[in-house]
Design a protein around this ligand. Structure first.
Ligand code: SF4
Length: 335
């Protein structure tokens, strides 16, 4: 364990809870913080452990999973740079509901929960910031559940591949960012189903060899993902599933231009922030892959697309974009 570097401190000062509180409060909160370096597969904490620490991911990816009553592992979420764990636990002495494990090597900043609670008692603005971060996290989880219910496995896989693509159309070669078991788990399918879906996508120009993927036409794959949409099994009262427009099912504009897909939205958001995709690919390839993965699972695409179209500079996107913390951190110059 080591003290956070000035760059670590700069990074966390621009994310979630810290970005929403005055500088003095942030300095107080981060006072006893320490940085933990995790090896691939190392657990940060396990389901049922007492919540003694509050964590923020500095580098790498954490897998949050639960062990079901039948002993199977259910992947709940993948957390990347700038995302925090256990904000909700700051309000109560509880136990972690999930196990957090490093997917590859990871660096995480930790703050004792007792200290966080003390700061909350001293400065109510910290409590408000923690409540906001918690409700955003909850809303992401609810939308993730809706995605699992509304979209087919094939659609989720196709969208995931499109989101990894560095181009919006034409051919591309890419590398899967994680192992297939983890990808399957995060997309809510079994590894066997994932293999079957890869085979099913072959006629659509998708070739998967190990962790290498070749896509003949990214825009064709995107169209296929959109066509795979199926109506919700639980339509809202008064609106039949058949009558529900795609915009309600997927949270996208019903016109559904191919340009609204995740890769495009990430490109547009990066451009709005003066971040260059190619430069990021060279400088921070792992972080860029993480951004693409988060976009792949993002449920705010419709709103994201509309906000980018109306006023890309308007900062409201930071309140709902699950990539906001990472994108903000990328704007911090290295040093
Ligand atoms: S809201 Fe953020 S994560 Fe979601 S699609 Fe837009 S840029 Fe990607």
């Amino acid at each position: 364990m080591s003290a956070p570097t000035p760059r670590d401190l700069k990074l966390i000062s621009r994310i979630g809870v810290f970005a929403a509180i005055p500088r003095e409060a942030a300095e107080l909160l981060v006072g006893p913080a320490r940085v933990v370096t995790l090896r691939k597969g190392q657990a940060l904490f396990r389901q049922g452990d007492p919540t003694t620490r509050f964590f923020i991911v500095l580098d790498g990816t954490l897998k949050l999973c639960r062990i079901t009553s039948s002993g199977e592992e259910a992947i709940i979420q993948l957390l990347t740079r700038g995302e925090s764990v256990a904000a909700a636990s700051a309000f109560a002495d509880r136990r972690y509901l999930v196990t957090a494990e490093a997917v590859g090597g990871a660096r995480v900043i930790q703050i004792p929960m007792e200290h966080v609670r003390g700061c909350i008692r001293e400065l109510p603005e910290i409590a408000l910031a923690v409540i906001t971060a918690t409700s955003q996290h909850l809303s992401q989880l609810v939308q993730h559940v809706e995605d699992l219910k509304v979209n087919s496995g094939c659609q989720r896989v196709a969208e995931f591949l499109v989101s990894l693509s560095p181009v919006r159309n034409g051919p591309c070669d890419l590398q899967l960012p994680y192992g297939k078991t983890l990808i399957a788990g995060s997309l809510g399918v079994t590894p066997e189903t994932l293999s079957r879906i890869f085979t099913k996508l072959k006629p659509a120009g998708v070739d998967v060899h190990g962790s290498r993927v070749t896509i003949r036409e990214v825009d064709v794959l995107q169209e296929l993902a959109a066509k795979q949409q199926k109506p919700s099994v639980l339509p809202r009262p008064g609106i039949s599933a058949r009558r529900r427009p795609p915009s309600e099912i997927r949270g996208r504009p019903s016109s559904g231009p191919a340009g609204d897909h995740n890769a495009n939205l990430l490109h547009r958001r990066l451009a709005a922030l003066d971040l260059d995709f190619k430069e990021l690919l060279r400088r921070e390839p792992r972080v860029l892959r993480d951004l693409q993965c988060v976009c792949a699972a993002c449920e705010k695409r419709g709103r994201c697309s509309r906000d980018l179209a109306s006023d890309a500079a308007y900062p409201v996107w930071k309140t709902y974009c699950p990539n906001a913390a990472t994108l903000n951190a990328l704007r911090v110059p290295a040093g």
